[in-house]
Design a protein around this ligand. Sequence first.
Ligand code: PLP
Length: 422
Amino acid sequence: MAPDHDPRFPAEGRPVDDLITALRGGRGDDADWRRGRTFSLVYNAADTELERLHEAVAAEYLQENYLNPFAFPSLLHMEREVVAMAADLLYGNPRGGKLTSGGTESLFLTVQVARDHAREVRGIAEPRVVLPATAHPAFAKACHYLDVDEIRVPVGGDGRADVAATAALVDARTALVVGSAPCYPFGVVDPIPELAALAAEHDALCHVDACLGGWLLPFLERLGEALPPWDFRVEGVTSLSADVHKYGWCFKGASLLFHRDEDELRRQYFLFDGWPGGLYGSATTAGTRPAAPIAAAWATVMHLGLDGYLRIAEQVRAVAHRFRDGIEGIEGIHVTGDPVPGVLEIAADTDPETGDAVLDIGAVGDVMDDRGWHLDRQQGGLHAILSPSHMAVAAEFLADLATAVGGHGESRGVEARYGGVG
Ligand SMILES: *Cc1c(COP(=O)(O)O)cnc(C)c1O
């Protein structure tokens, strides 16, 4: 909404219709995700029936509060069902999972549980987390808040975690080893079995960050896509996060965190009665909790079912192939590594003699911005997360990209104009 230029507290309230008009009128500069012009932040299944369902669910559960699940048993029931259905999908423990508000909260709780496990079970005073350089910033944030040392290990030339380099840094202080499935920057899946074995050797926990892939890879696997092992079928994986509000096609506010062992789930519970207000308890970091995302996670899974998820995953795969082939067909740029369908980085080719980039990829991003495409900037290229909504614009996008690469001009700088990573 456009900022009101009068910063004083409103002396009189304004009518509802007036405000609805003001809200709508203020959105002119907002990202136009519905027409496939954005490549992150909103995951658009391009499914009008699903949108209708989301609107109904949001209206139904707008005011409820999941702080006390026992006051709203319908929500408790839906959370249990979502956890059980996702456990079936991810080979997880249905008694070891909870819904959280998003990937960041899932990873925050992962680090907290690992820290407390290290202290309480292994007597480690200063626990460490060892993760690939490509791991999501939410880990850095969690380690910062929770006073845990974070050790980032450079990844290999394929963008995947370097097992030997990781092994050299995992030791008796290691509380947690992390791998992503896939990582956000390049969309590649880390060598999870090797990382999990490394963690197990040192009695450390091993988390798979499948925030991005947890609701896509299971369906790509069923479609016959060759994927490396990444879920709870891998021995030594002790926890896994999967965002329902990304490729699970739920609206914002829903992620899942699973622990293989219910004892680890219990470490994230908080109970307190040292005040006059009675017993207070919570299973995640939030106190008051919006109810709509919980009901929406349930309704989305029930509406789509395996057939719906397979249909959408097939569309994601088709659009990803279309984009990847188109990008590889443009001289001077390529897709980084070998990503799973859906996520990719567009990078400049390098001169084999000098090792320098043959063109300024930031300048290409600027030209794309001018043409209304909002690709996120990364250190080494432009980032895109693809949804079914991008198929309709693929030809236009690729034509604009070819033009932008052909006339690569002066860069306006590589600073992220879209700061969000999501
Ligand atoms: C999006 C993402 C996160 C963080 O999730 P939020 O829902 O944005 O808090 C963590 N890890 C990966 C791999 C992600 O893609």
